[in-house]
Design a protein around this ligand. Structure first.
Ligand code: AMP
Ligand code: MN
Ligand code: MN
Ligand code: MN
Length: 290
């Protein structure tokens, strides 16, 4: 029996570098019991990943998505796990998110040019194509890559630190939905709505985190990603405690992006499948619990 799961991964359908077709083989090689593909704001990779996963009888594939919602502070990402990507609410959600991204990138590029950086949207499209990303999910990573390729910076990190990160001169806010609309769409698609990497909310103290989580629960939040490659052991314990007190599902994952994101590995941290309570496991892994 396989014991470990990874419920947070990305493919080249968003900003990862492994194709959705290739992800299940990697997960099977790590002997994972389950893997979720949770690309940013898109469900485009799910069909291919699901088809590829069907070749591995010991691996359960979980269809997911990671949605950026309007944050109370820091970054608010909501994972939808076990979604039906064909549901009308989800189709509408990803269409809105795709439009929001498309409207944002040319604004960032225009700011870069005002700063004297020689890049064009064509350079960004070329950078995205070079790493196999589809045009709909072009992100700041690709703009950073274009800046690097054009010699404007020495690393993509420098591009973020100098220009693209929040608070820097070429930063543009992306239009996002409220947490409540985001959670509603995920739930209406049959998904479990989970607060991803709570640490990224950049809360000042645990009381503030608790207030935010309580607000999200009022909007239908059902789980918390206690285990994540960014979390310290102490944070994991704090999030597990929060989950217990609010009867939330506990989930976890690596946030694997492929070799493009150094230092993050599929299946790490190790998340035992036993952290998923039965009432949630029935929804996430229906084939296994039938
Ligand atoms: P976007 O979806 O266009 O806002 O881009 C988000 C992606 O940019 C994230 O997934 C990260 O990979 C990357 N990113 C965001 N902020 C930073 C940062 N400060 N340093 C490096 N990469 C970052
Ligand atoms: Mn990402
Ligand atoms: Mn995230
Ligand atoms: Mn992620």
């Amino acid at each position: 029996m396989r014991r470990f799961i990874d419920l947070h991964t990305h493919s080249s359908a968003s900003d990862g570098s492994v194709s959705p077709e290739d992800l299940p083989a990697l997960a099977d090689r790590k002997r994972l019991a389950a893997v979720a593909l949770t690309d940013h704001d898109t469900t485009d990779g799910l069909a291919a990943a699901r088809a590829a996963a069907s070749q591995y009888p010991d691996l359960c594939f979980v269809a997911g998505v990671e949605v950026s919602a309007r944050p109370p502070s820091g970054t608010l990402h909501i994972l939808g796990l076990g979604i039906d990507e064909a549901s009308a609410a989800l189709v509408k959600l990803v269409e809105y998110l795709r439009g929001a991204r498309t409207r944002r990138n040319p604004k960032i590029v225009a700011l870069c040019r005002q700063l004297g950086l020689k890049i064009s949207m064509d350079d960004v499209l070329a950078a995205a194509a070079a790493c196999g990303s589809p045009q709909e999910v072009i992100s700041r990573v690709h703009i950073a890559d274009a800046l690097l390729r054009n010699g404007c910076v020495r690393s993509t990190q420098e591009a973020f630190d100098k220009y693209l990160a929040r608070g820097k001169p070429a930063y543009v806010e992306r239009e996002r939905l409220s947490p409540s609309d985001t959670i509603a769409a995920i739930r209406s698609a049959g998904g479990l709505a989970v607060l991803a990497h709570p640490v990224q909310l950049e809360y000042d103290n645990l009381a503030q985190l608790e207030r935010i989580v309580r607000g999200l629960i009022d909007h239908g939040l059902e789980g918390i990603e206690a285990y994540h490659s960014n979390h310290t052991d102490r944070q994991v314990r704090q999030y597990l405690d929060l989950a217990k007190r609010f009867s939330l599902a506990v989930t976890g994952g690596s946030d694997f992006h492929g070799p493009v994101k150094a230092g993050v590995f599929l299946g790490i941290p190790r998340v035992p499948i036993s952290v998923i309570e039965e009432r949630f496991a029935e929804r996430l892994f229906p084939a296994q619990t039938e």
